[in-house]
Design a protein around this ligand. Structure first.
Ligand code: NCD
Length: 307
């Protein structure tokens, strides 16, 4: 059974095909309004979410299908001690496809190994978040029209930010991308990502703490929030949470065609004064996420023989 746990579970050719499907959905939504008639998505979210969960649910409704869900992790059987493996087996009896978010790294993989329907990882701890990356890729494609010859600045919590890890993995497979990794010393990209992806792929990157210094050279700036829930003590979080705040003043030396992204939720990292700047693309990312989730669910349901 084909599941998507990591962005690397999809080949570059498959991602290109998903981008094409999403753009076809955007152009011809009526053609897709009934393709999933009678099908059911189960959303299993063991961690807070607004966008990802609602976006999966809206995506399934726009394909004509239905959604089943649990109100919260606290109200599900996991609170009684049920394992992820058992939950996956049980939910497979009710749904044609599962989207799951869990605070533990690897939980979605365990679910996929036990489910009899496709499982999509909607975020596992500080590990990865492939469907946010699909949203990010469609945004970059629509804004820039290319994935190569780009200087991409990633700023904020690069240690715990799972969207950052997945995006580095995805963009590194397209040629000629350079990364500028902007973070406090304590929140640098994990060494396994640097070693296994950037160094192994010969991808140029630099690490800095200086956002303003890096800004003029960037084609894309991907801001992230400091991941409060993954800190071991509150003191460290409070010290680091406002390390970077993007303001109109700081954008003065940025390129006129800069693309400003953020997976959201935003806390303080981007001043609301930037929201009306034509370079701000974070709300477009939200919409793009729904279209890519539609494309991904269609693909997995077709491969499973459900459609
Ligand atoms: C991200 C996540 O859950 O990792 N949110 C999202 O899905 N758009 C980013 C975050 O929580 O900071």
């Amino acid at each position: 059974m084909r599941s998507v746990i990591d962005i690397l579970d999809l080949s570059v050719a498959e991602i290109d095909q998903l981008l094409a499907t999403a753009q076809d959905v955007i152009a011809h939504p009526a053609d897709y309004a009934h393709v999933c008639d009678g099908k059911k998505l189960a959303t299993l979210f063991f961690e807070p979410s607004t966008r990802t969960r609602l976006s999966f649910e809206a995506a399934m409704y726009e394909l004509g299908g239905h959604v089943i869900s649990m109100a919260s992790a606290a109200s599900s059987s996991s609170a009684k001690g049920e394992s992820v493996a058992d939950t996956a087996k049980v939910v497979s009896c009710y749904a044609d496809i599962i989207a799951m978010r869990h605070p533990k790294e690897g939980a979605a993989l365990v679910a996929a190994q036990n489910a009899t329907v496709p499982v999509i990882n909607a975020g596992d701890g500080g590990h990865c978040h492939p469907t946010q990356t699909l949203a990010d890729l469609l945004t970059i494609w629509r804004e820039k029209g290319r994935f190569c010859d780009l200087t991409v600045g990633l700023c904020g919590d690069l240690k715990f930010g799972r969207t950052v890890h997945s995006l580095i993995n995805a963009l590194s497979r397209y040629g000629d991308v350079r990364f500028v990794l902007i973070s406090p010393e304590e929140l640098k990209v994990p060494s396994y990502v640097k070693r296994d992806v950037l160094q192994a792929g010969g991808i140029p990157y630099e690490q800095t703490t200086d956002l303003e210094g890096a800004l003029p050279g960037l084609d894309i700036l991907y801001m992230t929030r400091v991941q409060k829930e993954r800190f071991f003590n509150e003191e460290d979080y409070l010290r680091l949470k406002d390390s970077y705040i993007l303001t109109p003043q700081k954008l003065k030396n940025a390129r006129a065609d800069l693309t400003i992204m953020h997976p959201l939720p935003r806390v303080n990292e981007i001043s609301v004064a930037i929201d009306d700047d034509p370079r701000a693309c974070y709300f477009k990312q939200v919409l793009n996420g729904k279209f890519m989730r539609m494309a991904l669910m269609l693909k997995l349901l077709k491969e499973a023989g459900t459609l």
